[in-house]
Design a protein around this ligand. Structure first.
Ligand code: SRM
Ligand code: SF4
Length: 570
């Protein structure tokens, strides 16, 4: 299927954007109205402002009576380039979560923070208070550039420093112009300065139709691919010479989502397009975004990502169009820079001077108090006492930063008091696992994910220990549907919700994130997941080559051999 612009009928969302007067629509009036939810078109527009309309899916059964509607609630997502917050901002978010949301914070796979369970009547106050802390939610969602990722570790190296600087520059540069005015008017009582019918130049990069679909950017390093660069629409992979950053490989066309029964949709890894100097990065990002704006599919939203342009065109044609029509500078070939590692950044690390950062593993990114594990209170206590800055990682974890040597013991004592175990007491499978939120908040979830993964990890932990593989790094990622929000298609093991308690099992990716996995079994009942994996892991234990990872091993063996191993030969 082609992604060429055709005369095909634009999708309904295109019409909503077109008539929205740069993302205003009827949002202001609907916000003021005494209703518990937005109309269909406002539901689309409100995403561009960083919020999604959801319902409490657990409450459905109780409300399944005539005259009783859905339990509507809003999810709010921050725009948080590189995942960086000050102590005050973190404390404010914790407070807002208690006041307006469900009393939890959710660290996301793109280094952001989400609040769940906000009622529509409190939406304006919540977004207002978030902005009061100098944070924002603008373009955290919608058909625009989303949160830009960058390695969060505040290590004293020039490459990460430049990555973070450019991450902020690109994020600023690609913030909608007219959309920002609309945001201020609607949420922050800004004065309306934009008459209806504003010219398209009002939004110089996006135009009035914005992008065909979401767009995602990450800044990474070959020796630390913690941002999962190949899963992004656009990746800038730093090239260094003697520790000094000299340029970037431009990697385009990554994405994870696919749709059941639509074989023309698939996960795809980004491809190296060219090499750019640091001072060309912003222009290159703008050029790729504009290429996507003009050539992306605007009729079928399931196929409206830049990865399909790359897959349909191939990298040569992509380079040609990019160079001639958008970047307009001769292209330099990408440098050879394979991924050699991924760092979770957990535990203590020196920042330089007398400062340290401490990485805390957060199961599925959910910051809450539950039983003896009082993670939310523990993080709150550390940040309140030491006023340390905070960074969210792309693995849903958190780094407590700028801590003086003398305060290291305080951090450890507070966290231990709150039942938070240090990373060296956690198993590799625990540390290398991710799950998306799924049920009860995500409307697209088919199966459980965040609520089921802890049980699965516990079971796998036991089996791995029993097999003598307890210390072997293994990445496990789970999602409640094929959209792939926890990037399940490039990990050692991926589990994707298929139908209630049944999942599709993928194997063969790896921690480095530079290889897609393959589908091993579809419609696998949840009780069969661990026994199935155990069969393969047992053979892996005895048959692997020195240093060979699980995903590498099953890839070397091939699908047919692995299927034979689990007694499901094809
Ligand atoms: Fe996602 C839609 C949660 C990262 C691919 N994603 C959703 C929605 C908003 C459901 C919806 O459209 O109504 C989910 C909200 C659930 C909830 O209750 O909170 C949702 N996505 C998430 C988060 C919170 C998962 C997490 O565990 O952290 C991540 C928020 C990131 C952020 O801070 O911006 C999140 N989503 C991703 C990623 C990973 C990444 O970007 O690195 C992907 C795969 C990469 C990609 O984009 O292909 C991803 N989300 C999707 C898709 C599939 C899009 C596609 O074109 O294939 C959807 C569905 C859609 O957009 O229609 C989706
Ligand atoms: Fe929802 Fe599916 Fe994303 Fe999970 S992967 S959050 S179920 S859209």
């Amino acid at each position: 299927m082609s992604t060429e612009p055709t005369a095909a009928k634009p999708s309904p969302v295109e019409g909503i954007k077109d008539t929205s007067n740069y993302l205003r629509g009827t949002l202001a009036a609907e916000l003021a109205a005494d209703t518990d939810h937005f109309t269909e078109s406002s539901k689309q527009l409100v995403k561009f402002h960083g919020t999604y309309q959801q319902e409490d899916r657990d409450a459905r059964k109780k409300r399944d009576k005539p005259g009783v509607g859905k339990a509507y609630m809003m999810m709010i997502r921050l725009r948080l380039p590189g995942g960086v917050l000050t102590a005050d901002q973190y404390l404010a978010m914790d407070d807002i979560a208690q006041k307006y949301a469900n009393g939890t914070l959710r660290f996301t796979t793109r280094q952001s923070i989400q609040l769940h369970g906000v009622l529509k009547k409190n939406l304006k106050s919540t977004i207002g208070e978030i902005n009061h802390t100098l944070l924002s939610t603008i373009s955290a969602c919608g058909d625009v550039n989303r949160n830009v990722m960058s390695c969060p570790a505040p290590l004293p190296d020039a490459v990460r420093k430049l990555n973070n600087e450019l991450c902020n520059k690109v994020a600023d540069h690609l913030t909608p112009h007219a959309g920002k005015r609309a945001y201020h008017e609607i949420w922050l009582n800004g004065e309306s300065v934009t008459p209806p019918g504003e010219p398209a130049e009002a939004e110089p990069i996006y135009g009035k139709l914005y992008l065909p679909r979401k767009f995602k950017i990450a800044f990474g390093l070959p020796d630390d691919n913690c941002v999962d660069i190949y899963a992004n629409c656009l990746g800038f992979q730093a090239i260094a010479d003697g520790g000094r950053p000299v340029g970037y490989n431009l990697i385009v066309g990554g994405g994870m989502g696919m749709t059941n029964s639509k074989p023309e949709t698939f996960p795809h890894l980004g491809r190296e397009v060219c090499y750019v100097e640091p001072d060309q990065v912003v222009a290159a990002a703008e050029a790729v975004v504009k290429l996507f704006r003009d050539h992306g599919n605007r009729s079928d939203r399931k196929r409206a990502r830049i990865k399909y342009l790359m897959a349909d065109w191939g990298v040569e044609r992509f380079r040609e169009v990019f160079q001639q029509d958008y970047f307009r500078t001769p292209l330099v070939a990408p440098k050879h820079a394979p991924v050699t590692g991924v760092d979770l950044h957990l535990g203590w690390h020196p920042q330089g001077g007398d400062r340290w950062f401490y990485g805390v593993s957060v199961e599925n990114g959910r910051v809450k108090d539950a039983g003896t594990l009082r993670l939310r209170s523990g993080l709150l206590a550390v940040v309140s006492k030491l006023r340390c800055s905070v960074r969210v990682t792309p693995q849903q974890d958190v780094l407590l930063c700028d801590i003086a040597t003398a305060d290291k013991g305080t951090v450890e004592a507070i966290l231990t008091d709150h039942g938070v175990r240090p990373a060296d007491q956690l198993s590799p499978i625990q540390k290398w696992s991710l799950a998306c939120p799924a049920i009860p908040t995500c409307p697209l979830a088919i199966s459980e994910s965040e609520r089921y993964l802890p049980t699965l990890v516990d079971e796998l932990e036991r089996e791995l220990a029993g097999l003598g593989l307890g210390d072997t790094p293994l990445s496990l990622r789970m999602t409640g549907c094929p959209n792939g929000c926890a990037r399940p298609y490039n990990s050692d093991v991926g589990l994707v919700g298929r139908s209630g308690d049944k999942y599709t099992l993928y194997v063969g990716g790896r921690i480095h994130g530079d290889r897609l996995s393959f589908e091993l079994q579809d419609l696998l009942p949840k009780d069969h997941i661990v026994p199935t994996l155990k069969k393969v892991l047992a053979v892996y234990k005895t048959d692997r080559q020195p240093g060979e990872g699980f995903g590498d091993y099953v890839t070397r063996l091939g699908k047919e051999n692995v299927l034979a191993m689990i007694g499901a030969g094809g």
